[in-house]
Ligand binder design. Structure first.
Ligand code: ADP
Ligand code: MG
Length: 316
């Protein structure tokens, strides 16, 4: 037991940096933390499970970074500013101190990168590693999946398919290139852009299960359809040359874990969207528009597109 306290003191209590803004009433180390805010509090929790979300052999810094960013991605999609997170860990017995040191150092680097301290958590023993991150953010008005209107432009940030390509490489036992490792472990997250654009947008969702599935969730919530032009999809670099166009499109539409954001806005917002994206250095691409007619219609150069890969049915 004393070993566990020692571990918490050494590796996790120091993660209450940088100071939360607004500051916590009571930070980490007591039975609970306490905070106060006048803004709307936006919360989301995500678990990363060994064998499901990452391989047991993955480097501790990669597991830490991806678990945190996957959770933060939901705050990006809500147009919220990251405030603080809590961290629940289920830990197998065999992990050495060097592993914890690297895990903790990677989280601390993330904390400073996003101004996002860890203000509490829980540590328990278990048969495999599970990293659960609960994120808290603030905003005036959370963006939702349900606000889309027919005629809205549909946009997506960053690029699609890179994470799926990274996974494919790893499963085939191949080393990851730098850009695939970035896409798989360190998605860039459009947090600043989504906060800036929040008042101008109608609906948003983060792309965690593949654009096809996630856009379909937005369409269901907004009670409308969409027409998407596949020639406009921002495919990750080298995706087509490595896999061919059909497979590249499949990875972009159904691959998952890209952690970019898909959002919709009235056409008269397009200029401001491009301006904010250019100022903040976050790529945005207009990929289609919302329609009154339900369902997701994919078009490839004006021709209706019928993918021949599995997963399409799930688009609903
Ligand atoms: P309790 O028995 O009240 O749950 P714990 O022994 O679990 O307390 O935790 C002691 C303190 O250490 C708490 O303030 C808790 O927030 C913090 N803590 C425990 N595990 C973690 C963790 N993985 N990350 C951050 N803080 C942690
Ligand atoms: Mg506890």
């Amino acid at each position: 037991m004393s070993g566990e306290f020692q571990r918490i003191r050494q590796w996790f209590l120091p993660l209450a940096q940088p100071a939360a803004n607004p500051p916590a009433v009571l930070s980490n180390g007591d039975d609970a933390l306490a905070v106060r805010t006048d803004e709307t509090l936006v919360m989301s929790v995500d678990s990363a499970v060994e064998g499901t979300h990452f391989l047991a052999s993955a480097a501790p810094q990669d597991i830490a970074t991806k678990a945190l960013r996957a959770a933060l991605s939901d705050l990006a999609a809500m147009g919220a500013r990251p405030w603080f997170y809590t961290l629940a860990l289920t830990v197998p017995d065999h992990l050495p101190d060097a592993w914890w040191s690297a895990f903790s150092a990677a989280l601390l680097a993330e904390n400073h990168h996003w101004s996002f301290p860890c203000l509490g958590g829980d540590t328990t023993r278990g048969p495999c590693l599970v990293v659960t991150v609960q994120v808290q953010g603030l905003c005036a008005r959370p963006l939702t999946r349900s606000g889309g209107e027919p005629g809205d432009h549909v946009w997506v940030t960053d690029t699609l398919g890179g994470s799926a390509a990274g996974l494919q490489h790893m499963l085939a036992g191949e080393a990851l290139t730098d850009s695939l490792a970035e896409a798989f472990y360190r998605p860039s997250l459009p947090l600043k852009l989504m906060q800036r654009l929040n008042p101008r947008l109608n609906a948003a969702i983060d792309v965690s299960d593949g654009l096809g599935a996630d856009l379909s969730h937005l369409l269901a919530a907004s009670e409308c359809g969409a027409r998407v032009d596949l020639t406009q999809l921002p495919l990750a670099p080298e995706l087509i040359s490595a896999y061919g166009r059909e497979k590249a499109l499949a990875m972009a539409l159904s691959g998952g874990e890209d952690y970019c954001t898909c959002f919709t806005a009235r056409p008269d917002q397009a200029e401001e969207i491009h301006r904010a994206a250019a100022e903040l250095g976050t790529p945005v691409t207009r990929i289609g528009e919302l329609t009154a007619e339900p369902g997701l219609q994919l078009h490839d150069n004006q021709t209706p597109y019928q993918p021949d890969w599995k997963g399409y049915d799930h688009f609903g």
